[in-house]
Design a protein around this ligand. Structure first.
Ligand SMILES: Cc1cc2nc3c(=O)[nH]c(=O)nc-3n(C[C@H](O)[C@H](O)[C@H](O)COP(=O)(O)OP(=O)(O)OC[C@H]3O[C@@H](n4cnc5c(N)ncnc54)[C@H](O)[C@@H]3O)c2cc1C
Length: 361
């Protein structure tokens, strides 16, 4: 396994539980799981992420993207139950509210709620009622409540995975893979991995989960899967919201495509921006904060306590994610763009199936 973000670490854990011998390679494996305060440093996607799980409010109701989301939402409670441990506690924070920006969006949300009552979706009108309290001074055009969408803490997830990987005897190799090629050992096809440290490793199956770096490792093998970097910035705000705004705050509130996540006393994470390239803009956080004119006064007045940014890997000219068996024993599971945390369980499940086919189980 190459890459130990949510996708690679989650897949390694799943494969080990299926009985495979797994080695996970990533230069960050000997570092603590935390967000650095170095503003110049881009974090890996998982560490930068907000861990929002928006599976049931997805717009489409068919196709691969919908099936992957539904599979992940089905698997998440099982994953959390197995990964949760007193040394690395993990839980799902449920309930997500999307506020409609205009009447057309409100209508679309109402139609979606009508189709998906069984998935825990309910729409509400512009007036907050006892049964649908909305944590916003003026919910405007109403919105959508999803009881089973929500959030997982991406740092807690990575810590829980790292503990469980050790418990499952997965080899953790803190190194960077610099080159990958096919070789034959005793007439058997193998993959030969060069690591930055003069070390090499041979294996029967390689699963590539290295986000943007996956494309670079594949290019010399003649596999062209270009991806572009889409940077995201998150603000950690100290707010003095009226106490009734907090009373019914869901795990995630989404307004104008921006997530507002309450953490601690009067603290909110606000994110994330969508910026082409790898350099954070100085203007985008302020634009995001205005929520296109919908932000209440107290949000605009909030003090920025911290901020960070990270990169998403977006496949060029193809839908995310890239789940492909490229050659026998070479599997690409990358390019998850905005939903890698959400889709980690479904991705692991898919990789497990491909490996079962490969080894003829
Ligand atoms: C600000 C922000 C907010 C986000 N919010 C959400 C959200 O709310 N919900 C959601 O589902 N998604 C969210 N995302 C997207 C999500 O974070 C990504 O889709 C996801 O993290 C991808 O996971 P990954 O494991 O594929 O990649 P990453 O987490 O980026 O991990 C890739 C790993 O590969 C390693 N690697 C790279 N090159 C090599 C090499 N040559 N050899 C070995 N290892 C290598 C890296 O060190 C890294 O650890 C967000 C992203 C950002 C930036």
């Amino acid at each position: 396994m190459i890459g130990a973000g949510a996708v690679g670490a989650g897949t390694a854990w799943h494969l080990a539980r299926q009985g495979h011998t797994v080695t996970l390679i990533d230069p960050s494996l000997d570092a603590p799981i935390q967000r650095s305060n170095d503003l110049d440093q881009s974090l890996n996607g998982t560490t930068a992420s907000l861990g929002v799980l928006m599976g049931n409010v997805f717009r489409r109701s068919s196709g691969r993207a919908w099936r992957l989301r539904q599979r992940s939402m089905e698997l998440w409670p099982q994953w959390v139950e197995r990964l949760n441990h007193p040394e690395s506690p993990l839980q799902l924070h449920s309930s997500l509210i999307q506020l409609a920006s205009d009447p057309v969006e409100a209508e679309r949300m109402e139609a979606l709620a009508n189709q998906r009552h069984n998935l825990g979706l309910e729409s509400f009108s512009s007036v907050s009622t006892e049964s649908h309290p909305v944590p916003w001074p003026n919910p405007g055009h109403g919105g959508l409540l999803s009881k089973h969408d929500g959030r997982i803490d991406p740092l807690a997830l990575q810590r829980a995975l790292r503990r469980s990987l050790k418990a499952e005897k997965v080899g953790l190799l803190p190194a960077r893979v610099t080159k990958l090629h096919r070789t034959s050992i005793g007439g058997e096809n193998r993959w030969h991995l060069e690591l930055g440290t003069d070390r090499t490793i041979d294996c029967a199956v390689v699963v590539l989960c290295a986000a943007l770096a996956s494309a670079l490792l594949l290019q010399p093998l003649g596999h062209d899967y270009p991806m572009e970097a889409v940077l995201g910035q998150v603000l950690d705000l100290q707010v003095s919201a009226p106490s009734k705004a907090w009373d019914h705050w869901p795990a995630v509130l989404v307004c104008n495509g921006v997530n507002l996540i309450r953490h601690g006393n009067n603290r909110l994470w606000l994110g994330a921006t969508l910026e082409q390239g790898e350099e954070p803009s100085t203007e985008e956080p302020a634009i995001m904060r205005r929520l296109d004119g919908l932000a209440p006064h107290w949000l605009q007045q909030a003090e920025v306590i911290d901020q960070w940014h990270g990169l998403r890997a977006r496949p060029s000219g193809q839908p995310a994610p890239l789940l492909e068996v490229l050659e026998p024993g070479l599997i690409l599971a990358s390019g998850h763009y905005r939903n890698g945390v959400l889709l980690a369980p479904a991705t692991a499940d898919w990789v497990g199936q491909q490996i079962s086919v490969f080894i003829g189980l």
